[in-house]
Design a protein around this ligand. Structure first.
Ligand SMILES: NC(=O)c1ccc[n+]([C@@H]2O[C@H](COP(=O)([O-])OP(=O)(O)OC[C@H]3O[C@@H](n4cnc5c(N)ncnc54)[C@H](O)[C@@H]3O)[C@@H](O)[C@H]2O)c1
Length: 253
């Protein structure tokens, strides 16, 4: 694919081979990066894998892992760093949601959403920082959400974890700024991926969600690529601790 980005020689780790993680992985590889992508779903990983000889640009290698434990996250980063020979870029694009009122949210739902959305952000980010900080360079990008700012009903664990990711990101940004490592977040509005597919299929839901967006449409995975790659690029050296809303104006209204 034609790209304005140049990530030739960059070593990137992307957690999440879903709609947004796949789009970012392909864009990084198209721009020349070698990418390791993590997911628990082998089908998503298989679709992304490529060698440098198959397509122009860099390589993509999938690593099948469940990221809901500290040990799995640490091992995944160690594997990726060993394979890539270092790490320049980390993008956290795993996530899950479970829509229900607070009073109908059992402990296991809370714990599952916190583990994948927030704890994996800490465990992976910490392991990535252990490589990037001593190395004196790094770009970390978290996928947050408009739900980290707005109080959507039926989103308690999801919203809490996205607000948590924003603050985790800001503290990492402050601690790692002296070491050439920036940490930022991209916050999408409603985007058409597996995460939202069943919800949008409910009668009237798509139209009511679109009506909330000044741009008049929902997001597509490609809408997040430019914001994520900018923050992952050397050009974003003086941008850190920021949440970049890519939401068609959803948070303006
Ligand atoms: N789609 C949206 O509307 C939207 C809006 C705002 C923020 N986001 C955020 O963007 C990020 C990517 O979302 P998406 O839309 O691509 O979702 P998606 O459902 O398409 O992809 C999420 C991926 O995470 C993987 N995953 C889930 N649990 C895992 C686990 N325990 N271990 C390893 N992998 C696991 C899934 O297999 C899937 O491939 C998430 O952080 C999400 O919260 C999405």
């Amino acid at each position: 694919m034609k790209t304005i980005w140049n990530f030739t020689g960059a070593r990137a780790l992307v957690a999440g081979a879903g709609g947004i993680g796949s789009a970012v992985t392909e864009a990084l590889a198209d721009a020349g990066a070698d990418v390791v992508v993590l997911d628990r779903d082998p089908a998503g990983l298989a679709g992304l894998a490529r060698t440098g000889t198959e397509k122009a640009g860099g390589t993509v290698r999938g690593l099948n892992t469940d990221l809901t434990s500290a040990g799995a996250c640490r091992d995944a980063v160690a594997d990726a760093v060993g394979y890539l020979g270092g790490l320049d870029v980390f993008v956290h694009a795993v996530g899950a949601n479970d829509r229900r009122p607070v009073l109908e949210t059992p402990d296991e739902v809370w714990e599952r959403i916190v583990a994948i959305n927030l704890s994996s952000a800490f465990w992976l980010g910490r392991a990535v920082g252990e490589v990037m900080v001593p190395g004196g360079y790094g770009r970390v990008v978290y996928l947050s959400s408009v739900s980290g700012l707005l109080a959507h009903r039926d989103h308690a664990p999801y919203a809490a974890t996205k607000g948590g990711v924003n603050q985790l990101m800001r503290v990492m940004a402050r601690e790692w700024a002296p070491h050439g490592v920036t940490v930022n977040a991209v916050a999408p509005g409603y985007t058409e991926t597996d995460l939202t597919r069943a919800y949008l299929a409910k009668p009237g839901m798509r139209a009511s969600m679109e009506a909330l967006v000044p741009a008049g449409r929902l997001g597509r995975p490609g809408d997040l690529v430019g914001p994520a790659l900018f923050l992952a690029s050397p050009e974003a050296a003086f941008v850190t601790g920021q949440v970049l809303y890519a939401d068609g104006g959803r948070t303006l209204v």
